[in-house]
Write a protein that binds this ligand. Structure first.
Ligand code: AMP
Ligand code: ZN
Length: 487
């Protein structure tokens, strides 16, 4: 079935049959987070989408080397990533911490969130600071090839010169004239020869915290360079998939392609895959717009936009119910519908092992299994897959109710289908199994609330009751004590 996978390629703007350079091996590079703050739910959507692709490619037999970097230096505040202050240094100064303390804190936080969402770790997770030498070597090569110039300790990529022989706007589909007319002048402009030129190496001001010696003096690498250097190091001059959020197309990925072509004469990746944005009221969720919220706020319901909390797997399911190339708008109603849908699927899953096979069958699972593969082979179409899994759930419920007969062969196929697509491909898991200690924890909280009441601390007692209600637990006070139930 793997020969039929089709993937939408931003480079060609169409769905193309996926043909790896070196099957069964697949090289996939995804731009990782800049670890200067907690990842928000929008970032999580992108990484959950690539986790789905990683899981599916692996399920159909590919041996995937999945490289996802951590940006721990060089990402400046401006849109293009090479103006303003370094995001990590800025945070370090504010918090009076070492930049590497900031990096450590938010890298650990990112890993925790990824684990809570049941995403698989990448095969390699390289950092920008761990690859300064590779980046310097790449700048040297681009200078040698004549596509960059040095000004007072900084090195810039010469976009117009590059565009004389190559197509700078190949990924975004925009020509240079259009880009030149519609780009505002950025910082450091006085040093740049052209408006679109971008920094490969930036001279460090004396107060700059993260800096390294180089042939051009003390400085630090430009943001786009790290991904070119690390993807080439771990996946070679040409690899299969390069991914990230769609917002990375016009600058970060466009510049990555230019750097790599300048060095190696080739576009680094055959398939450029981009995920669409998580939005709130139609607006991209982003830290700078102030409409982002953190995964743990979603789990506890502790944010004014939320009616209540939702479990991590409900959130993952919510995200997978949209195709990765569609925008997905966050809302309470949609979350509640996902909660119901997820429960329906997992309830059916739980019945699977208890089903009894008959001698005859009134249902054939083969075509359903094929439709599941067909959905995923159509550019990882998880919403269509989920619709097929609801059909499988309907069959499971009917067999369980004695309304439908299934024989041993079809029952085994049904089990394979559910295990493969619910657990391995969608990466969903039964959260009930993780929650064996929950009743004990709730009983303890109920006891603490009882003590608060005895001490006439009614504010605390109400806070506990309301807090539990927000995450879906009701408390009932009666003569023989307080009892909790799941609402
Ligand atoms: P950053 O740490 O800002 O470089 O972002 C990390 C990744 O999250 C990038 O691939 C972005 O494209 C992606 N991203 C940022 N905001 C959103 C959003 N609202 N929805 C989906 N992905 C996002
Ligand atoms: Zn990148």
């Amino acid at each position: 079935m793997k020969q039929n996978l089709f993937v939408y390629n931003t480079l060609t703007r169409k769905k193309e049959e996926f043909k790896p350079l070196n099957a069964p091996h697949v090289g996939m590079y995804v731009c990782g987070p800049t670890v200067y703050s907690d990842v928000h739910l929008g970032n999580c959507r992108t990484y959950i989408s690539f986790d789905l692709m990683f899981r599916y490619l692996t399920t159909i037999g590919y041996k995937v080397r999945y490289v996802r970097n951590v940006t721990d230096a060089g990402h400046l505040e401006g849109d293009a990533g090479d103006e303003g202050e370094d995001k990590i240094s800025k945070k370090a100064k504010l918090a009076q911490l070492e930049p590497m303390e900031i990096v450590q804190k938010y890298t650990v936080g990112f890993h925790d969130v990824m684990q809570i969402f049941n995403t698989l770790p990448p095969s390699i997770e390289p950092t920008a600071t761990g690859h300064i030498i590779e980046q310097i070597e790449m700048v040297k090569l681009i200078l040698e090839k004549g596509y960059a110039y040095e000004v007072d300790g900084s090195v810039y990529f010469d976009v117009e010169k590059y565009n004389n022989t190559q197509n700078y706007g190949i990924l975004s589909g925009r020509n240079l004239e259009d880009l030149l007319n519609n780009t505002r002048a950025l910082g450091g402009q006085q040093e740049k020869h052209g408006k679109l030129d971008f920094a490969l190496w930036i001279k460090a001001k004396p107060e700059h915290l993260m800096k390294w010696p180089s042939p051009w003096g003390v400085g630090f690498p430009g943001w786009h360079l790290e991904c070119s250097a690390m993807s080439q190091k771990y996946l070679g001059n040409q690899f299969d998939i390069h991914g990230g959020g769609i917002d990375l197309v016009p600058t970060h990925h466009t510049n990555e392609i230019a750097q790599h072509v300048a060095c190696c004469g080739k576009n680094p990746a055959n398939y450029w895959v981009h995920t669409n944005m998580l939005t709130v009221n139609g607006q991209k969720m982003s830290k700078s717009l102030g409409n982002s919220f953190l995964p743990h706020e979603l789990f506890t319901g502790d944010n004014s936009i939320l009616n209540k909390g939702y479990s991590p797997m409900t959130v993952r399911f919510f995200m997978l119910q949209a195709h990765y190339r569609s925008t997905l708008d966050f809302g309470n109603e949609a979350m509640e519908a996902s909660e119901k849908g997820f429960k329906r699927l997992m309830n059916a899953f739980a019945l699977l092992n208890g089903l009894k096979a008959d001698k005859t069958t009134e249902v054939e699972i083969g075509p359903l299994l094929e439709r599941c593969y067909a959905a995923m082979n159509d550019d990882f179409n998880s919403p269509v897959l989920i619709a097929e899994l609801f059909e499988a759930s309907r069959i499971i419920n009917s067999v369980n109710d004695g309304k439908l007969k299934i024989d041993e062969v079809n029952l085994q196929l049904l089990k394979t289908l559910m295990n493969t697509f619910v657990l391995d491909v969608l990466g969903l898991k039964d959260e009930q199994a993780d929650n064996d200690d929950l009743p004990n924890i709730l009983n303890l909280i109920v006891d603490l609330r009882g003590e608060a009441k005895i001490n006439k601390d009614y504010a605390m007692s109400d806070k506990i009751r309301d807090g539990l209600a927000r995450i879906g637990f009701q408390l009932k006070d009666s003569k023989d004590g307080t009892h909790w139930s799941k609402s």
